[in-house]
Design a protein around this ligand. Structure first.
Ligand SMILES: Nc1ncnc2c1ncn2[C@@H]1O[C@H](COP(=O)(O)OP(=O)(O)OP(=O)(O)O)[C@@H](O)[C@H]1O
Ligand SMILES: [Mg+2]
Length: 358
């Protein structure tokens, strides 16, 4: 069995890579399932690629798909991408343009006369296609960012997992923690048949092999590989790459999340929820929701009502996400909220509603 060439580039992943390759080697005999799960930037996709490369190096069939927030509401988008090598010979150009549902309808029509498009009919057609594919050659189904999978595809995959469990099919997928609960995903992750791998943050020793400045890089990045790689590179291009990823994560969240995150970064210290409410002008419930979202995105930590940016590197980059006008506006709001908080520390009546004197 060949190993993956990519595995040589990954630091402190020897045991994860060995586990993936051992489990996949079993999949040549029976079905196997692996989940790589972790916080943003922990190196989930890199380990998924190890699995994909292993399958390619060993001459397997490989079906791959990456889910994203933008396609998470497009029915069957994941399945259509995954099955592209099987669909291409059978679907017409018009149905490609018409989108995933129409393409799958053509696949389903191979399995049922009326081409009915229900998860069950699609599952039936996909099962037949996969069994044909995996009949003689093991097949790897490799899915990145499965937490964004559209629910129709998830439903079909849920129907397929058990019937395909004893075939030469390996299902390897990544999910980001915490994921949106979904019965199929939850069952897949909780199943005793699923092996879960959680890549850890890189240690100082690993960072030392990349940079002489390891202590400071570990302090700024928490050892999260995505940030470490950018910090080691140290270029403006690397900083822009990280800033763009943070922007994407913030934009996917509600309207107050970005403002609360930048305000916290501008304070350059842990801040109270109350200060963020004062700064952003958001109602309490909205700021609480924004902070929950920012915790899910691994951008802030909230402990005992105190909010801090999780990684100094992210705090450095957050102000760059605003326009100069937004930044000036937010800086003024932060200063004013800090002034009121300092005054309140001296006199708790500052900012309290005026009541009629008795
Ligand atoms: N163990 C490692 N050693 C060295 N570099 C690594 C390691 N793991 C990941 N990387 C690098 O860190 C960066 C981020 O990794 P990757 O994209 O796999 O993370 P992710 O968890 O999938 O992130 P996202 O949350 O954005 O999907 C990539 O450049 C990758 O090559
Ligand atoms: Mg990834």
């Amino acid at each position: 069995m060949s190993t993956s060439p990519r595995s040589r580039d990954l630091l402190e992943r020897d045991s994860e890579i060995a586990t993936i390759e051992t489990v996949l080697s079993r999949a040549a005999v029976t079905g196997e399932r692996i989940v790589v799960s972790g916080r943003p930037g922990m190196g989930r996709s890199a380990l998924l690629m190890v699995a994909r490369d292993y399958a390619i190096a060993n001459g397997w069939n490989v079906l791959t798909a990456t889910s994203s927030e933008s396609t998470s509401h497009v029915p069957y988008s994941l399945l259509t991408e995954l099955l592209a090598p099987l669909l291409t010979p059978i679907v017409s150009a018009e149905s490609v343009l018409a989108g995933p549902s129409t393409m799958l309808r053509q696949l389903a029509s191979l399995a049922s006369d009326d081409g009915e498009l229900s998860p069950a009919s699609v599952a039936y057609a996909v099962r037949a296609a996969l069994l044909g594919l995996a009949d003689t050659t093991p097949t790897a189904i490799v899915m990145d960012d499965h937490h964004w999978a559209d629910s129709e595809s998830l439903e079909v995959l849920g129907m397929l997992l058990n019937p395909l469990a004893d075939r030469h099919i390996a299902v390897v997928l990544t999910v980001r923690e915490p994921w949106r609960p979904h019965p199929v995903l939850d069952e897949f992750l909780a199943s005793p048949l699923t092996l879960t791998i959680r890549p850890a943050a890189l240690s100082i020793d690993a960072i030392r092999t990349m940079s002489a400045d390891a202590e400071s890089i570990l302090e700024r990045t928490g050892g999260v590989p995505f940030y470490v790689v950018a910090a080691v590179e140290g270029s403006s291009v690397a900083a822009t790459r990280v800033a763009a990823a943070i922007r994407r994560r913030l934009l996917a969240r509600g309207p107050w999340a970005a403002r609360a995150a930048v305000a916290t970064a501008l304070c350059m210290r842990p801040v109270s929820r109350q200060l963020l409410r004062g700064t952003t002008g958001a109602p309490s419930v909205e700021i609480d929701e924004a902070l929950r979202e920012l915790e899910d995105e691994d951008i802030v930590t909230v402990s005992g009502g105190v909010v801090a940016i999780r990684y100094p590197m992210v705090a450095e980059l957050l102000p760059q996400l605003c326009s100069p006008a937004e930044l000036a506006d937010l800086s003024d709001a932060v200063r004013e909220a800090e002034r009121r908080e300092a005054l309140r520390a001296i006199n708790p009546l500052v900012g309290a509603p005026l009541t009629e004197a008795g």
